[in-house]
Design a binder for this molecule. Structure first.
Ligand code: ADP
Length: 279
């Protein structure tokens, strides 16, 4: 933990040059590097963090809060896939089919979408990132490791019986894109487990009539995504555990309980947090 804390502190304290990822695209052709380009010492740049965790655990919620707090982009590969899927681009139909079955998109396509996003961000002067939904396979983790140094990997955990309900309760405002959740979770603790309450995250009244659900948030598709996640996540977690970068974080409840505890675990409790009031 002391090593992790040091890593976190130096990564948070450091702010400077943008990192470019031009080598990410080419690395997919040769996953057996290590590449020597694209690496910048952690002390000279912004944070480069990864969020791991099952569908529905809340990666997007916490990654996006941390991204505002630390001033780094939150890059969710699921969002990149949905943008491409909703465009009239050549991959659109193929992606819709894969996503709506709960399967993973190929590494080649994911790396292409991520490289494009990072290059566009680099051109805008973005530095650092919080990745959400990537890497999802050991191969993706190795590819990422070959092109840049990840400082910290936060593995969000939540009891399994809640994940399906959380996914089925997700709603998006079709106008502003805001994310909400109508699931109201109250589970009595048993067998030594504490109670678990997660209040719904309800939309403001102007969004209430415009809520839609993701097409892949149906019960059979969520179950398939959870199955695939469990099948592939262990090697990714082991990869980062061996590097001493994995921070396991069990969510104790909804945002009001979890957010301050997460900040504490990340040594960020003294950051000027304008979001706590809104939690
Ligand atoms: P969730 O974490 O809730 O399952 P995401 O929004 O992260 O959903 O991803 C939605 C879909 O996008 C996934 O089911 C998968 O088809 C695709 N996807 C996202 N990230 C990756 C990735 N790193 N590798 C392969 N496919 C991905």
């Amino acid at each position: 933990m002391a090593v992790l804390n040091r890593l976190i502190r130096s990564a948070v304290a450091a702010r400077s040059p943008a990192l470019t990822f031009s080598s990410l695209s080419s690395s997919i052709k040769d996953p057996s590097f290590p590449a020597t380009t694209g690496r910048t010492a952690a002390a000279e740049r912004n944070v480069q963090w990864v969020f791991l965790g099952c569908p529905g655990v809340g990666k997007g919620t916490y990654a996006s809060r941390l991204s505002s707090l630390l001033g780094v982009p939150h890059i969710a590969t699921g969002d990149l896939v949905r943008e491409e899927l909703n465009s009239s681009g050549p991959l659109s139909k193929q992606l819709a089919e894969i996503v709506n079955q709960g399967k993973l998109v190929s590494d080649e396509i994911i790396i292409k979408l991520l490289s494009k996003r990072l290059e566009e961000g680099g051109a805008r002067g973005e530095s650092g990132f919080i990745l959400d939904g990537f890497p999802r396979t050991l191969r993706q983790a190795e590819i990422l490791d070959g092109v840049t140094e990840i400082d910290l990997v936060i593995n969000l955990k939540l009891r399994e019986d809640v994940l399906l309900e959380k996914c089925l309760g997700r709603r998006i405002c079709s106008q502003c894109g805001g994310n909400f959740n109508i699931a109201n979770i109250n589970i009595k603790g048993e067998n030594g487990r504490p109670d678990l309450s997660m209040a719904p995250l309800l939309p403001p009244s102007h969004c209430a009539s415009k809520l839609i659900a993701r097409s892949d948030d149906t019960e059979p598709v969520v179950k398939e995504r959870l199955r695939i996640y469990h099948e592939l996540s262990q090697p990714v977690e082991d990869f980062y555990r061996k590097q001493g970068k994995l921070l396991e974080f069990e969510l104790p409840g909804g945002i009001p309980e979890s957010w301050p505890k997460l900040l504490h675990a990340l040594n960020l409790d003294d950051h000027d947090d304008k979001q706590s009031a809104a939690a």
